[in-house]
Design a protein. Sequence first.
Length: 319
Amino acid sequence: MLAWGLIASIIGWHTPEAHAPLEAGRSGLPPRYAYVSTLCGGRTYLPAALVLGSSLRRTNTTADMVLMVTGEAEGDTAALRRLEEVGWRVRRSAPDRRLERPGVPAADAPRWRCFFHKLSAFNLTEYETVVLMDADTAVFQPIDALFDALAPTPPEQIAAVPNDRYPGVEINSGVLVLKPLRETADALARHVSSGAHIEFDGADQGLINQFFFGKIRYLPPFYNMMPSATSDQYTMDWLLEHHPEAVRVVHYADNKPFWCGRDTECSSTRHRHIVTLGEWWWRLFDRLPWRPAGESIQGRPWGGAGATAVDSGDRESST
């Protein structure tokens, strides 16, 4: 039953208490390493990108932090300035037309374009290793080990945490360690643009699983913890009660605080771990010097400080 405790003892983690100030990450990382995320489409993911950038910066990492911005958000100079203030190196980038998926209805095209835009990280060949993170993740402990001790080594080509739905056959790409290579980027783009079949979700995560199957290094779950109704509630509650400091990255894939608002959990059930990890995100948000307002999926605004609410119509076109 205490699977997390067993895994933790095997990998030998030991970190400070999660609610205390974060310990310093390793110093002196060369610029050949980068954390990378995307902001695609509208502004609905702006609060998430700010929280992710701020949480990475709090670990004292010296790796680059690159945010690839495309779509409407490119023109929001005030928001881009705020993103730079929390540590992001903003890169405006036009969508790679090679990542256009044929046969997608026009109304859905922006959303699918954002899914596959993440694959542009394989083109960042100025870096030896990239940690690609979905914007709806947040960092609670230093994770620079992903660049060396936990990085993939040949014949492995990527590293990621197994998906909690199908842990034996599928990884979740919300935190993905990769080695940028032009040949790999071109091969992925050809697969997307050809219309060839993509397994699992049919999007970027499915393609990554399909393309790299058998060449994946599996990471400890603490580097991509996903609070969802399908998680093992007993294990999650036990972990958060006894070893909260073990949690390094939380991936708000299903229950996104910036869509829920403060008083709901985006779930019809009262899972304690969903509520707890949602509170962790809000603590990070409340530390931001500039906090954009947002709107829940029920259409209720939640307060920020210094911006108007994001356009709820952007939600489906954001990454």
